[in-house]
Design a protein around this ligand. Sequence first.
Ligand code: AMP
Length: 616
Amino acid sequence: MTTFNELGIRQDIVRALTELGFESPMPVQEKVIPLLLGTKTDIVALAQTGTGKTAAYGLPLIQQADTNIANPQALILCPTRELCVQITGDLNDFAKYTDDIKVLPVYGGSSMDIQIKALRRGVQIVVATPGRLIDLIGRKAVKLSQVKSIVLDEADEMLNMGFLDSINEILAEVPKDRNTLLFSATMPSEVAVIARNYMHNPAEITIGSKNAGAENIKHLYFTVHAKDKYIALKRIVDYYPSIYGIVFCRTRMDTQEIADKLIHDGYNAESLHGDLSQGQRDLVMQKFRIRHVKLLVATDVAARGIDVDDLTHIINYNLPDDIQAYTHRSGRTGRAGKAGTSIAIINTKEKHLIKQIEKKINKQFIPSKVPGGREICEKQLFNMINKMENVEIEHAEIDPFLPTIYRKLEWLEKEDIIKRFVALEFNRFLEYYRNAKDINVSEEKGRDKTGADRASRRDEPGFVPLFINVGKVDGLYPATLIELINANTHGKRVRIGNIELSKKSAIFEIEAEAAAGLIAELKDLDFRDIPLVVDYAKENSSAERSSERDFGGGKKFKSGKPFKGGGDFKGGKDFKGGKEFPGGSKYKGKKDFSGGKDFAGGKDFGKSKKKKTRKP
Ligand code: AMP
């Protein structure tokens, strides 16, 4: 086994690496380090995130930096602020025992003056996003005449983000005799053009096969109708109780909407996209890193440079417009040798995209079925039992109560006690999934012109569609609607079918027997000061935006607590600590329909009816 010493890395740096737990070089490091420490060679390296590329170029740059020179000698360009900060952090870790070396991150969205002052004080390595560096060059605040090495990290991403002109401008500013290193997860033709134009006989290094997805990533796809995508997402998340991953959406709006829905439905989720302020993004990332948030719903741009190694799943809620981006998304899991799963939730029209991606990554997707209620409940049940087996018992806290508890339970057999504890938490899942329908679409069915598989419960005997005059802009979401219905059926369990939400109204299906009673109950209520109008929906009426339909599935909060999906079903520390949702300030703050009571507080909605204050 080669060591860092044998590759020529200096002792002060090896000491820092040992502390970081880097026992031996990773393949990309074995290939790149000797080239950089030896004769100056340009390098094009095809390497995914997670392969150890930062140390591959970073260690030689640190070793070769001359701290007697106060101007930058190495320049690293990367696509995002997050990656910029991450690379700087890594380099500083590697240089922990290297005297006087300064590494400066330079990125947009933070004070230019502070960066200019730091540049004046002297730095040897600059890590920059192209836009901000161009600004600094324009102000003559950065001197690039002594740059000996330039690294283009995640080159394909920088081009995707439209930085080509900036990169060209920067490359024109640095001395011609520098050496250029280009790292990219994929090699689209635009990246090849940069290599051709700016590099001299570059050494080509490929870690893994060209443009291939990492070996340890499993790729699955699930086919459902577009309207069922959100339900599919929830079921998939429920099926993997230990999930810790990123849900990718195409637009900022989709991202926020899906995150809001998940939070609303009790999942440990947060959104990350460009409409958030830098402060908000940092906070979300911090919560995600320490696993207080289990699901990050993100756009491609926002997720770049996320430095979390142990993600279990990537979920493509929408496939990316650009197929290359799929490699980047899926490369966020299966890092540092761990196994990962990349999931695509597609509708029947998107099957061809799967084929295109398969070609690109040179790997087959496994067609998979969205799990049904039974499978999910089974998974959750055994997860709960495992957690129970592994729970740490705080003897000092619990022991004083035990004698009383033992006495109280004396009359029960051991088997009976187990059954009751299991039922206590498990009933919620059972209840939630009791009427869950199969939302899988077979590829055959998807092409069925008759649309037979598209039928909702309207075609089932016993269900009728009702109209309600409030919608999303009024704060009505499927979960709120279900709550509203359940709170007004006098404790009777009523089956709910499809819910079609539009901006200002909704159509929902309900079992016919309960319809008249519910209409009568709701007509006396206000929803956030809007007097409710509920009636039988006319034939052919539909909420305006059918893509936002959702499914109710007879969800109920029997115990008075909101249903909690995802990883922390039971025994999660957040739950134990009395807080339902760690990232839930948004959630908790949401007022419910019953005149301002807190949804997360599990209040009884039925009792908080408010009489009409004005006529519709
Ligand atoms: P990167 O591709 O540079 O983002 O690195 C991926 C992960 O691998 C990071 O968490 C690094 O800290 C880690 N890493 C890099 N090189 C080594 C090494 N030689 N041994 C162990 N871990 C490493």
